[in-house]
Write a protein that binds this ligand. Structure first.
Ligand SMILES: [Ca+2]
Ligand SMILES: [Ca+2]
Length: 496
């Protein structure tokens, strides 16, 4: 096109120059210019340009069908300028020899000769009686049969007793076959089939296994193998498991503030009998280190808030690589800034990890453990307040800590079950919703308040910030707290 424009422009320029002086020549010069375009452009330079475009180019938009038919692979492509015919070329390897299967003047071709479940590579070349052949296009693959399942994913340590393999739906699939290998490039064995989009494989802990999936239907048969993905059931790491103390079953525990205990708190009455099945309670409040294990065990980012980086009260840092580290000196301090939902998520994670159920304690389990089974003790250690038996709000003069203390510092303040820090250090979330009059309507057997009228969750125990010794009584009830809110003096412990 450039040559044509040049000739045209030169002629027009010449005409203009001439017309300034010799107006009578104008018409003849314009005619001459058009003639030059016609004779030299189309038959000469223009044709060379078109030929170069044709022979150095190739058709685009090649697409071959994947598993949409039992006997035909359909190949389509975009129109190529000046093409009169298209040659369809096929190979069984991307860089193999492409042989011409057929030619057609249309923009699609149906290959009826492939075998099932073999990948074919197709390229298209354009042909012209004037210009010859174009180059071959880039390839696109096609095959006969079911589409290959995509998104195959095997779980990494998320479950205590199974590797869960999941994948995306394949249109028309009637079932999926799951294959396993002990090495990624090894032989895969059929381990089962399912009509759903997941498969549980109860293998041994600590080994990595690899999985591939095929889709299947009666008409199409099997797809080819999907990509592989490795998964494992994690070893149960003992350090992740908080130490649990057995608490025996009890009948007719007197829950609520005893008549001989003096307090103005309104919600601790009436004293009512409670029966509890045996359970076990973590010996200490859940630590910064234990919570950090949880944060690092998968996609747990939603259970971290920047407040946790506060090294005075917590000390969990989000690193630039996305993992979490606890400040070493803070490892054994109770984790705080955990809202109720975070604490509950920790329990769910540990349950999946350990294969037995962990929960937050009910308010009744909490109070029974704090008050003991030798009558209802005012404090975990007895009925008399002692300044050095727990971490309370006294600026460190008696208990040596202005803020929280590492868990398990006050052995003289343990209760009869050997559980530490039930009074003081940090408040502890309980499973129940908070209801002011719950003690009037509480069930007798294993009570748990599920009435969410208040929208608040129970927390118990008193904390480093509480200066009033009344707050450390075993029967002390606080007003409940928003389960989505956190504080620098509320942590948790767990029950099994
Ligand atoms: Ca203190
Ligand atoms: Ca505590």
């Amino acid at each position: 096109m450039k040559a044509k424009i040049f000739y045209g422009a030169a002629a027009v320029t010449l005409i203009c120059l001439l017309s300034l002086h010799r107006g009578t020549l104008l018409r003849a010069d314009i005619f001459y210019g058009n003639k030059a375009e016609t004779e030299y452009g189309k038959s000469g330079i223009q044709k060379k340009v078109e030929k170069r475009i044709f022979t150095e180019g190739a058709p685009g938009g090649i697409s071959a069908s994947d598993g949409t038919s039992t006997n035909i692979i359909t190949i389509t492509w975009d129109q190529f300028r000046n093409a009169e015919t298209y040659y369809i070329c096929r190979s069984t390897a991307p860089d193999g020899n492409y042989t011409i299967l057929a030619d057609t003047a249309s923009l699609s071709y149906q290959d009826k000769t492939p075998l099932k479940n073999i990948t074919y590579y197709y390229k298209v070349m354009a042909g012209s009686s004037v210009f010859g052949k174009s180059k071959m296009s880039s390839y696109n693959t096609g095959y006969l049969g079911m589409a290959i399942p995509s998104g195959v994913s095997a779980s990494d340590g998320a479950f205590s007793n199974t590797i869960q393999v999941t994948w995306n739906n394949v249109a028309g699939a009637e079932s999926y076959y799951v294959y396993r290998s002990a090495s990624q490039s090894g032989s895969y064995y059929d381990i089962g089939n399912t009509t759903s989009l997941s498969y549980n494989d109860p293998v041994s802990r600590g080994m990595i296994y690899y999985y591939r999936v095929k889709s299947h239907s009666a008409v199409f048969g099997y797809s080819r193998y999907s990509d592989s993905d490795g998964g494992y059931i994690d070893y149960l790491r003992p350090y992740m498991l908080p130490e649990m103390m057995p608490i025996p079953a009890v009948t007719s525990f007197s829950m609520g503030r005893p008549d001989w205990e003096v307090s103005s708190n309104l919600y601790e009455k009436p004293v009512h009998p409670v029966n509890l099945n045996a359970f076990s309670l973590s010996r200490f409040e859940i630590t910064v280190q234990q919570y950090t294990y949880f944060l690092n065990a998968g996609s747990q980012d939603s259970y971290y808030i920047p407040d946790m980086a506060d090294t005075v009260h917590c000390g969990i840092i989000k690193r630039s690589d996305g993992d979490y580290s606890n400040v070493i000196s803070r490892a054994q301090y109770p984790v705080v800034y955990v809202n109720w939902n975070f604490a509950n998520a920790y329990c769910s994670w540990l349950t999946a990890k350990a294969g037995s159920t962990f929960l937050l304690p009910t308010e009744a389990q909490w109070e029974y453990t704090a008050a003991g089974n030798a009558g209802h003790m005012t404090y975990p250690w007895g009925n008399t307040w002692t300044n050095t038996n727990c971490n309370w709000g006294e600026n460190g003069a008696y208990d040596h800590y202005v803020y929280s203390a590492p868990v398990g510092q006050y052995s003289s303040g343990t209760n009869m079950f050997g559980v530490y820090d039930m009074a003081g250090n940090v408040h502890e979330w309980c499973r129940d919703y908070f209801l002011t009059n719950y003690y009037s309507v509480s069930a007798t057997n294993n009570p748990e308040c599920a009435d969410n009228t208040s929208g608040l969750k129970v927390f118990r125990g008193g904390a480093w910030s509480c200066t009033n010794r009344d707050d450390f009584r075993s029967s002390r009830r606080f007003n409940g707290y928003d389960p989505a809110s956190s504080a620098n003096n509320i942590g948790f412990r767990i029950v099994k």
